[in-house]
Design a protein around this ligand. Sequence first.
Ligand SMILES: NC(=O)c1ccc[n+]([C@@H]2O[C@H](COP(=O)([O-])OP(=O)(O)OC[C@H]3O[C@@H](n4cnc5c(N)ncnc54)[C@H](OP(=O)(O)O)[C@@H]3O)[C@@H](O)[C@H]2O)c1
Length: 157
Amino acid sequence: MLTMIFACDRNNAIGKDGDLPWRQSTDLQHFKRITLGGTIVMGRKTWDSLPGKLPGRRHLVMTRSERSDIETTSFDEVLRLAETNEIFIIGGGEIYQLFMPHIGRVHRTVIHCVVEDADTFAPEINSEIFSLISADFTTRADRDDYDMTFELFERNQ
Ligand SMILES: NC(=O)c1ccc[n+]([C@@H]2O[C@H](COP(=O)([O-])OP(=O)(O)OC[C@H]3O[C@@H](n4cnc5c(N)ncnc54)[C@H](OP(=O)(O)O)[C@@H]3O)[C@@H](O)[C@H]2O)c1
């Protein structure tokens, strides 16, 4: 199964200037809880935005360049891996768009804000294809900029 996980503002914005447009510690904990122990797939630009490897997860990076310093993957390999394991597509915009037709589950965190001049967006979640399973509103904690809602969608059978 392919699972997509992202955080977006009210307009589906996910990034600005190569980075996340908010400081949202509670969402990072949520991301860790869901992906820990699993395989995470990301675009090279998202890899570049990370401080390094996130502990306890296999990292697969999509790039069109030859790289020996990171484990790279391809579209076909990701689909093959997803036949036997839950694989997490963790961004960014290009990679979400690429895998959207094959996604079975989406963890979306809506950050209750509107980002000015955002430059990267998540794909829309089509309500004829996905059903909202749960939505949990969470008030901002000390190390969060905004309130947020954790949503789970599953592809209709
Ligand atoms: N809010 C969130 O949940 C969230 C999550 C993740 C990322 N983000 C944000 O999203 C932004 C980055 O997203 P982005 O869309 O600019 O870039 P991206 O999707 O992270 O990476 C794009 C790169 O992926 C590679 N790629 C794309 N399609 C490919 C294919 N078919 N085969 C092989 N490689 C392929 C290319 O790498 P090469 O150029 O090396 O060939 C391309 O430049 C940042 O602002 C980041 O902070 C937000």
